[in-house]
Design a protein around this ligand. Structure first.
Ligand code: HEC
Length: 169
């Protein structure tokens, strides 16, 4: 019994050291996964805040929306209906994600999301240029009416004139 206790102490001490090392290791492991430059600093909450800021506001969403709106137009010009469908889906998704981050814009976007997008979707399904471009006009009006509701009438969307993407059909 007397002989056992030092080794028991030693084992206990060893276990304690291991636990201690593990505890020290987890934060240093988490800093290892930080991106280059270790720009994410501070408490977890501060880090989340930094990441959140990098997503930017609704302007970023609209930058993407503007691009996809133009690609939708050129898809229609090319009669590339699958590409049109793809762009419309991505456009709607961009607006939906944007509204998660900026819910105060959601009310003005209701008509756009619930009426305009499904109508545009139906028009694409018909694979008919006349139907497509009639609906595209209404889509453009719907963009502008949200801009007006958001008190930014200077953001006037107009029919695209130049292609940006290398996608052609
Ligand atoms: C919520 C309603 C809403 C809808 C629907 C909407 N927009 Fe916007 N749009 C905004 C707001 C708000 C801004 C200003 C965002 C900011 O900078 O904070 C904006 C800004 C823009 C910008 C300028 C982005 C920049 O900063 O460079 C473009 C381009 C744009 N919208 C295009 C469109 C197009 C095209 C559509 C339709 C397919 C559309 N928007 C539909 C609300 C909307």
């Amino acid at each position: 019994m007397k002989n056992n206790s030092p080794s028991l102490y030693r084992t206990g001490f060893f276990v304690l050291i291991c636990v201690g090392l593990l505890a020290c290791q987890s934060p240093s492991e988490s800093t290892d996964v930080l991106p280059d430059g270790k720009w994410l600093e501070g408490s977890d909450q501060e880090k989340i805040h930094s990441v959140e800021k990098q997503f930017r506001g609704f302007g970023n969403t609209m930058w993407e929306t503007g691009y996809r709106y133009q690609e939708l137009y050129w898809a229609g010009m090319d009669k590339n209906w699958e590409y049109a469908e793809h762009q419309l889906e991505e456009l709607a998704e961009a607006v939906e994600y944007g509204l998660v981050r900026r819910p105060k814009r959601a009310e003005s976007a209701q008509y756009f999301l619930n009426q305009t997008i499904p109508q545009m979707e139906e028009a694409i399904e018909q694979k008919d240029s006349l139907v497509f471009f009639e609906e595209f006009k209404l889509l453009t009006e719907s963009c502008n009416s949200c801009h007006a509701m958001e008190e930014m009438p200077f953001l006037k969307v107009q029919t695209p004139t130049q292609r940006q993407s290398p996608i052609r059909w």
